[in-house]
Design a protein around this ligand. Structure first.
Ligand SMILES: Cc1cc2nc3c(=O)[nH]c(=O)nc-3n(C[C@H](O)[C@H](O)[C@H](O)COP(=O)(O)OP(=O)(O)OC[C@H]3O[C@@H](n4cnc5c(N)ncnc54)[C@H](O)[C@@H]3O)c2cc1C
Length: 365
C-alpha cells in the first residue's frame, strides 16, 4: 500500500472510530437477562461448576440430561456469558483443531476420527439449540476464506483440496467470482466451505443455555466468584465471598482466568483478541459490497481477520493482533487497546474503501 493512501485510510479510520463505545455489541442488547442472585450461605450439591460461559453451562445441561436426579450448581464470578462466550465473533466451526491443515500437521493419522467427532459435536450444538428453542440467530451460511495477495492463492487452493478430502462441500472462486460474493479490491481468490460452518449471536446463545439449564433444575448464581477450593473428606468445598458449596465433584470451566489451583495457572497463557462493530449498513452501503449469502469471512494471512454480518446488518470485524499481556494479566482495562482498534479500523477501510463514512459503534476485547 502506498504511504499516501495509507495516510488517507488512517484519517478515515480515525474518524470512523471517534464515537465507538468501549462496549461489547452482543452484551448491550436491551433484553439482556436480569442479573441472578449471588450464592449466600451453605449448600450441598452433587456437582458444582465454576464458570458460566459455554463450557460451564453446556456441562451443567449435559450432567442433568444424563442424570436428572443430580443437584448441579453453577457459580459465575460476573454475569452469565459476560466473558469470552458473550463477546466472541460468533463463528461456530465444526473443526476441533482450528483448521484442517493444523490438525493434519499435529494429529495426522487420527484426523478421520477427530473430524467425525467434530461433525457430531457441531450437530450436537445445533440439536441443543433446537431442543431448548434458543433464539440466537443460528444459521449456517458457510465460511468464505479469501486470499488477499497473489502468493496466498496456492495455500488457499491446497486448503480447499484438503477440505474436500475430508468430505466438506467446497467451492473455489476466482477473483471475479469471489468479488461477486463480497466486493473487496483486496481479494484474489476465495474458497467457500458450505458445510460445518455456522454463525450465531453468542450472548443470546449463552443466555439461552442458562435458561435451559435452569429449566432442568440447575441452580445458577451470578456475582459468585470462587475464592477457595479445598478437599474435605470425600467431598470438595468451594467458597465464595458470601457462601460455600460442598459437592461430590467440581468442574472448573474458568477458561483462561486465574485459578486457585496453581498447577493450572502454570499451563495457561491468556491471549487477548480485539473486535470492532459498525453501525447498521444502509441499503446502498450493503449493495456496494454485496454479501448476499452472508458467509463468515476469514483471510489467510498468519495474522488473520475474521468478519461477518450481524442480524441487524452491522459488520463485526476482529482478529489480526493476538496480544499476550506480561505476567498473564487479565483485567477489564485490557479490554481496550487503542493501537489494535486503530489498526483494525485501517485494515477495514483498506478492505472496503467503498464504505468510507461508515462509523464504528462498539470496540472491545
Ligand atoms: C474476542 C474473541 C473472539 C472470539 N471469537 C471466536 C469465534 O468466533 N469462534 C469461536 O469458536 N471462538 C471464539 N473465541 C473463543 C471463544 O469465545 C471461547 O473459546 C469460549 O467462549 C470459551 O468458553 P468458556 O466457557 O470456556 O469460557 P468463558 O466464556 O470465558 O467463561 C469462563 C467463565 O468463568 C468465570 N470465572 C472465572 N474465574 C472464576 C471464578 N474463580 N469463580 C467463578 N467464575 C469464574 C468467568 O467470569 C467466565 O464467565 C473468541 C474469543 C474472544 C475473546
Amino acid at each position: 500500500m502506498r504511504s499516501s493512501s495509507r495516510h488517507g485510510t488512517s484519517t478515515i479510520a480515525e474518524a470512523a472510530l471517534r464515537d465507538a463505545a468501549p462496549a461489547v455489541l452482543w452484551l448491550e442488547q436491551s433484553d439482556r437477562p436480569q442479573v441472578g442472585q449471588p450464592l449466600t450461605g451453605s449448600v450441598g450439591a452433587d456437582l458444582v461448576i465454576i464458570g458460566g460461559g459455554f463450557t460451564g453451562l453446556w456441562a451443567a445441561i449435559q450432567a442433568k440430561e444424563d442424570d436428572p436426579s443430580l443437584h448441579v450448581v453453577v457459580l459465575e464470578a460476573g454475569r452469565i456469558a459476560h466473558q469470552a462466550s458473550g463477546r466472541n465473533g460468533g463463528f461456530c466451526s465444526s473443526s476441533l483443531t482450528h483448521g484442517l491443515d493444523n490438525g493434519v500437521s499435529r494429529f495426522g493419522g487420527e484426523m478421520e476420527r477427530i473430524e467425525a467427532l467434530a461433525a457430531a459435536n457441531l450437530a450436537g450444538v445445533e440439536a441443543s439449540i433446537e431442543r431448548y428453542a434458543i433464539d440466537c440467530d443460528w444459521h449456517v451460511p458457510g465460511q468464505l476464506t479469501v486470499a488477499t495477495a497473489p502468493w496466498l492463492v496456492d495455500d488457499l487452493l491446497e486448503g480447499a483440496e484438503l477440505a474436500r478430502r475430508y468430505g466438506h462441500e467446497v467451492t473455489v472462486l476466482d477473483t471475479e467470482e469471489v468479488r461477486a460474493e463480497l466486493n473487496s479490491p483486496t481479494y484474489h481468490a476465495g474458497v467457500w466451505q458450505r458445510s460445518g460452518e455456522a454463525l450465531v449471536d453468542p450472548a443470546r446463545l449463552g443466555w439461552g443455555l442458562a435458561d435451559a439449564a435452569r429449566s432442568l433444575g440447575v441452580e445458577i448464581h451470578e456475582n459468585s466468584e470462587m475464592v477457595e477450593l479445598e478437599r474435605s473428606g470425600a467431598a470438595m468445598v468451594v467458597r465464595t465471598t458470601n457462601g460455600r458449596v460442598r459437592a461430590g465433584a467440581v468442574l472448573l470451566a474458568t477458561n483462561a482466568f486465574r485459578s486457585p489451583l496453581r498447577r493450572i495457572n502454570a499451563t495457561v497463557a491468556p491471549v487477548y483478541d480485539y473486535v470492532l462493530a459498525t453501525e447498521p449498513l444502509s441499503d446502498e452501503q450493503l449493495a456496494s459490497i454485496g454479501w448476499a449469502n452472508g458467509q463468515g469471512l476469514a483471510d489467510t494471512t498468519n495474522q488473520f481477520h475474521y468478519y461477518r454480518l450481524t442480524e441487524d446488518r452491522r459488520i463485526l470485524w476482529g482478529g489480526y493482533d493476538a496480544i499476550y499481556h506480561y505476567g498473564s494479566r487479565i483485567d477489564p482495562s485490557l479490554d481496550q487497546r487503542p493501537a489494535t482498534h486503530e489498526l483494525l479500523a485501517r485494515n477495514f477501510f483498506d478492505t472496503f474503501p467503498q464504505l468510507e463514512g461508515l462509523r464504528f459503534t462498539h470496540r472491545w476485547g
